[in-house]
Write a protein that binds this ligand. Structure first.
Ligand SMILES: Cc1cc2nc3c(=O)[nH]c(=O)nc-3n(C[C@H](O)[C@H](O)[C@H](O)COP(=O)(O)OP(=O)(O)OC[C@H]3O[C@@H](n4cnc5c(N)ncnc54)[C@H](O)[C@@H]3O)c2cc1C
Ligand code: FES
Length: 287
């Protein structure tokens, strides 16, 4: 029987700091055998021997087989150790885990994908999946915001797709560190400012979003104001995890484990478990 706690040995093919403190990592299984089947929205557990293990979202698309891509923010012991690795070094991988986005339900519909900051990492997987399967989805719109222009991730990747999909970017502050101003003018604000007018077929549009808790509270409210159906709103919600397979109880919220029942939840899940998005009484979309 397959032991879900056992890690497999994978090799880093490429690792580079794409913006300060954020590392793009491309990997493949050391012994060959190929990347296991996975879906956008799922995550893998990555470990460095003697340091620890953490869940990290998949950022590549299964439509581009052979390698697995992630983007890791250096915040602590394990992520700092990963940041210090080089191509050719080995890490442990278990997974994929979690439910992923409801791709079968999404097919044939428009997609509005909203990301705040590091939230673009799992959504990039879904964006590339939709772009690689032309005709299977309707209009794809990506609304992406960050604190500053220097904090936007995968910007060249995303702009390279702008012939196939509608990409709108916004930052709260322009620092001049990147080519943002010459490309987008001086538009500043929050990603939720991009929502009005972004949905053309509200009953045929799925929303998928990932960002900090406060982002969901305002984004969902703005999407519902556009006429989007509640049953078509999905969010990627992360919790501290240990096992990743529904055994240890670390990621429990109410009666659900976010590692197996999530990390992708729909509107009604979040509505019934408001602690999932740290929602407070009287804030948008519960009122
Ligand atoms: C499903 C899922 C997907 C994730 N995807 C990514 C990803 O694509 N890229 C990425 O960089 N990170 C991602 N994370 C977060 C990542 O797992 C943590 O940043 C990691 O565990 C930090 O490990 P560390 O040993 O470096 O830091 P630690 O020393 O364990 O912690 C450092 C700091 O990060 C905080 N922290 C640790 N884990 C979390 C967490 N899960 N949520 C919020 N704060 C946390 C701690 O409270 C502390 O302040 C994901 C988490 C989950 C649950
Ligand atoms: S992380 Fe162990 S139950 Fe979810």
């Amino acid at each position: 029987m397959n032991n879900l706690y056992l890690t497999a040995d994978w090799t880093i093919l490429e690792i580079r700091e794409i913006i300060p403190g954020h590392f793009f990592v491309s990997l493949s299984p050391s012994g060959g055998g190929g990347v296991p089947e996975y879906s956008p929205g799922q995550f893998f557990q990555i470990s460095v021997h003697g340091i620890g293990e953490a869940p990290v979202s998949v950022s590549s698309s299964p439509t581009r087989p052979g390698t697995l891509e992630m983007c890791i923010r250096k915040v602590g012991r394990l992520t700092a150790a990963i940041a210090g690795l080089r191509a050719g070094n080995r890490v442990g991988i278990r997974g994929p885990f979690g439910n992923g986005f409801p791709l079968e339900r999404m097919r044939g519909n428009d997609l509005v994908l909203l990301a705040g900051g590091l939230g673009i990492v799992p959504l990039r997987s879904l964006v590339n999946y939709a772009v690689d399967l032309p005709g299977e989805f309707g209009q794809v719109t990506v609304l992406y915001g960050a604190g500053t222009d220097a904090q936007l991730l995968f910007i060249d990747d995303l702009l390279g797709l702008s012939r196939d999909i509608n990409i709108q970017l916004i930052v709260q502050e322009i620092t001049g560190a990147g080519p943002y101003e010459e490309r987008f003018g001086d538009r500043t604000g929050f990603v939720t400012d991009l929502i009005p007018g972004s949905v053309t077929r509200p009953t045929r549009t799925f929303a998928a979003m990932c960002g900090p808790p406060v982002f969901y509270r305002y984004a969902v409210s703005a999407l519902l104001a556009e006429g989007l159906s509640k049953r078509l709103v999905y969010m990627s919600l992360e919790r501290r995890m240990e096992c990743g397979i529904g055994k240890c109880g670390h990621c429990g919220v109410g009666y659900r484990y976010t590692c197996v029942d999530g990390p992708i939840f729909n509107y009604w899940d979040a509505f019934n478990m408001p602690e999932l998005i740290e929602m407070r009484e009287g804030e948008p979309w519960i009122s």
